[in-house]
Design a protein around this ligand. Structure first.
Ligand code: MV4
Length: 502
């Protein structure tokens, strides 16, 4: 039994983990950088310790400081969350070497899955379908060219140490392999300190579908169904749902079984994700993520399981007390990642103080947030402000529920993706479930700036609602209202519940 947990993270995921620890009866210990002194994750934890200045490299990425704080505070375990040190085998090893429990898989598993060619070898051995291509790095342009010709164009050069899209190069023809190989090597070296690259057949418009797995320290592994994660921009996912709208029952079962095989092949412990590319009924192993993922809530809502709680139980040595046959998928869940980026400027980061935050409530509506009113969103960290997640009996009902919830979300002080997300909920291809990983590039209208006439109309409606809300609050007449301290029904998304026609 773990009695005290250090959460080596910040933002919404640190809040999520602190709450899970509290429900398990564990003492929660937060860490914070200078600008995070009064951040929500700090205020919700039982204790909190400073670990350095704003820059991640000097705070949340300092393995030595985190372990020092864990020891000084009497923490028995460390949960890394996602990002930062979550998939650094050396950090997991250092935690274990310090006599602490790492909430996650073993350092060996993390290292094996971090090496993309080794991961492909292990998966192929376990009978999991991998994207056609090599399972060893290519070391010269000649070798790369020969392999590409044999595989057939287009091919994709990838960094062995990669993931997340860095060091990737699509090659369309034999004449371009040499240049692309050299560029991919350089980029891989700069990004990962390792210039090994290999190649795969390039799938042009696949979907990204992943399976959540959960293993314990006693050899039991179950999968918790699939998530559709195709809607992304530059490898940042923006909308996830469970289950995928396109998988047949047979494909879902086959993918789930493959994921369990994959996890068993690496003695997987804790929560993990097997990513697949899916196209025309075929699926191929892409990568394994050896951590809790941002989008875990959609799986929690359709399975009724608390994944973070299970991470803590597994880390405490508890066996899973249910089998695959006990896992049922109910209804449909959708998550919108609300980021402090401005879609109308190509998703440029937006920073500033959150001046208002009102989050929607109601049946099947969940907000996993990491910011609060008065908190300053700084440029130092990930732009994720919080996740709006809904659950309903059907996908259509979930889309309606998400639309309603986005309308009710008030978030001011920074630019955000709320309006963009609201537009996607109305977009016919999204509603039809008809999209691939290229959805956003194929729908530029979703990020277009409103023209000045509609902006003016929106401003007029906002002003009218502002005044009306103020009158309601102060029970004043139209004549006596003085306009100060006005509270309104205006919504940042631009979709007020009441349709006003100017
Ligand atoms: C691919 C692919 C097409 N064909 N591999 C992107 C990041 C890294 N995790 C792997 N990625 C891809 N690998 C082959 N053989 C397309 C992508 C890809 C992608 C994958 C999942 C989600 C979003 C993506 C966006 C662009 C490219």
């Amino acid at each position: 039994m773990i009695r005290s947990l250090l959460v080596a993270n910040r933002g919404e995921i640190a809040v999520r983990i602190v709450r899970a620890a509290r429900e398990r009866g564990m003492r929660s210990i937060a860490v914070f950088s200078e600008p995070d002194r009064l951040a929500p994750h700090v205020l919700e934890a039982d204790e909190a310790y400073p670990i350095g200045p704003a820059a991640s490299a000097e705070s949340y990425l300092r393995a030595d400081k985190l372990i020092e704080v864990a020891k000084a505070s009497g923490a028995e375990a460390i949960h890394p969350g996602y990002g930062f040190l979550a998939e650094q085998a050396s950090f997991a090893q250092a935690v274990e070497d310090a006599g602490l429990i790492f909430v996650g898989p073993t350092p060996e598993t993390i290292a094996a899955m971090g090496d993309k060619t080794e991961a492909r070898r292990r998966m192929a051995e376990a009978g999991v379908p991998i994207v056609p291509g090599l399972t060893e790095a290519v070391t010269s342009p000649e070798e790369a060219t020969a392999a590409a010709v044999q595989l057939g164009f287009p091919v994709l050069l990838k960094a062995s140490a990669g993931g997340g899209g860095k060091g990737m190069r699509v090659v369309e023809a034999e004449a371009d392999v040499k240049r692309a190989f050299e560029a991919a090597q350089r980029e891989a070296l700069a990004a990962f300190g390792d210039d090994s690259v290999y190649l795969e057949r390039y799938l042009e418009q696949p979907r990204h579908i992943e399976i959540q797995v959960l293993g314990d320290a006693h050899g039991n592994v179950v999968h918790l169904g699939d998530r559709e994660c195709s809607i992304q921009r530059r490898h940042q996912k923006l909308i996830e749902e469970a289950p995928s709208p396109v998988l047949s029952a047979e494909a879902r079962a086959a993918m789930g079984e493959a994921a369990v095989q994959a996890a068993k092949a690496v003695d997987y412990r804790g929560a993990g994700t097997i990513e697949f590319l899916y196209h025309d009924g075929e699926f191929f192993f892409l990568e394994m993520n050896t951590r809790l993922q941002v989008e875990h809530p959609v799986t929690e809502l359709v399975t009724g399981l608390d994944i973070v709680d299970w991470q803590l139980r597994v880390a405490s040595g508890e066996p899973l007390n249910f089998g695959q046959e006990d896992v049922e998928l109910n209804g449909h869940a959708i998550e919108c990642r609300i980021v402090s980026e401005d879609p109308s400027t190509g998703f440029l980061p937006s920073t500033g103080v959150i001046t208002r935050l009102e989050t929607p409530t109601g049946p099947g509506v969940r907000w996993d947030g990491g910011v609060a009113e008065g908190f300053e969103v700084s440029p130092h960290y990930d732009p994720l402000l919080g996740k709006l997640i809904v659950h309903a009996p059907t996908r259509a009902a979930a889309i309606s529920r998400m639309s309603r919830a986005l309308d009710a979300l008030v978030l001011t002080g920074v630019e955000s993706s709320v309006l963009f997300h609201r537009r996607v909920m109305d977009e016919p291809d999204f509603r039809a479930g008809s999209f691939s990983i290229r959805y956003l590039e194929q729908h530029p209208e979703l990020v277009e700036v409103a023209d000045s006439a509609s902006a003016l109309r929106a401003a007029a409606v906002a002003a009218a609602l502002l005044e009306e809300g103020h009158r309601r609050l102060h029970r004043t007449s139209r004549i006596s209202g003085n306009g100060s301290n006005a509270i309104s029904a205006w919504r940042a998304s631009g979709w007020p519940w009441r349709r006003e026609r100017p």
